[in-house]
Design a protein. Structure first.
Length: 295
């Protein structure tokens, strides 16, 4: 069993980005600039954004954090997005999700200029991804593909089961896994809450990508020997032994499943660091005008 180290891989990629950024600056080009809007004070969101700011420092990017209270109106948030769309110094930006219930997340996503949509959520980027055109890929699926690539895990012709059909992970990663590319060219099945006999389906899979948000859902009887497991789950579960009072648990029963696998990602330290790394890669592409040429 090989443990897929997302943290180490992400650090390698960020170092590569930092070298490229310094070369850009040395040529007199602008330093990439990523902005983030954080609404409210959700603990998880605060942590994620802090990690993103730190990653910007590691990559040599400029970063801007815009904080808004959770009682901000939808109109005020959309106005802030318009300003970032118009700011020529900002190469890419994100609005940290989730948002307060009185704000339409879809309306917010669609308000972002797709040429600065480094989260890869805008319908233009999602549509271009679905037909294999250059675009900003959703960060978590892109990170998963990087891990498969850098660990040399074969995907062509393999059976891949994706657990979950979210717009952020399940759907896009299923799309990427079936495209004519490496990693890719897999035979993909997507399972969800209405799927019957899930264990029967997963037990035939060469690759399982679990993105359900249900701690410990994937058990040993659902996995065939030699399978590759990518665990996207990051659910906080109570743990009185931790100072924080909780620990992160994945969608896979790691202790019992890991001995069966050829490759598996841990939680934490697997897919999570790669998600932020993919955001950095998209920001670099935006700064260079590599996907959408700058005017």
């Amino acid at each position: 069993m090989t443990l897929i180290d997302g943290k180490q891989t992400a650090d390698q990629i960020k170092a590569e980005i930092a070298n490229e950024v310094e070369a850009m600056v040395g040529r007199g080009e602008k330093r990439p600039h990523l902005a983030a809007i954080l609404v409210g004070h959700d603990g998880g969101s605060e942590t994620y954004v802090a990690h993103k700011v730190k990653a910007c420092e590691q990559c040599g990017f400029k970063s801007t954090l815009i904080r808004m209270e959770d009682n901000v109106t939808e109109a005020e948030l959309l106005e802030a997005i318009d300003k970032l769309n118009a700011d020529t110094d900002i190469d890419g930006f994100i609005v940290q999700l989730p948002l307060p219930k009185h704000i339409s997340e879809q309306k917010v996503i669609e308000a972002i200029d797709y040429r600065k949509d480094v989260d890869g959520f805008h319908p233009v980027n999602v549509g271009r991804m679905s037909i294999g055109l250059p675009c900003f890929l959703s960060a978590t699926p892109a990170g998963i593909m990087d891990l498969l690539d850098r660990y040399g895990i074969p995907t062509r012709g393999r059976r891949c089961v994706v657990l979950g059909r979210s717009n952020i992970v399940g759907k896009p990663v299923a799309t990427l896994m079936m495209q004519k590319r490496q990693p890719g060219d897999a035979t993909v099945t997507v399972c969800h809450s209405a799927t019957e006999n899930i264990a029967e389906i997963t037990s035939q899979a060469d690759i399982i990508i679990a993105a359900l948000g249900k701690p410990g859902f994937v058990t040993a009887n659902m996995v065939k020997p030699g399978a590759t497991i990518i665990d996207v789950g990051t659910t906080r579960v109570p743990d009185a032994t931790r100072k924080s009072g909780f620990r992160l648990r994945g969608d896979v029963d790691f202790d019992n499943v890991a001995p069966l696998c050829s490759y598996i990602t841990p939680v934490p330290g697997g897919v999570g660091p790669m998600t932020i790394c993919s955001l950095m890669k998209n920001t670099l592409l935006a700064a260079k005008g590599a996907i959408y040429p700058k005017a």
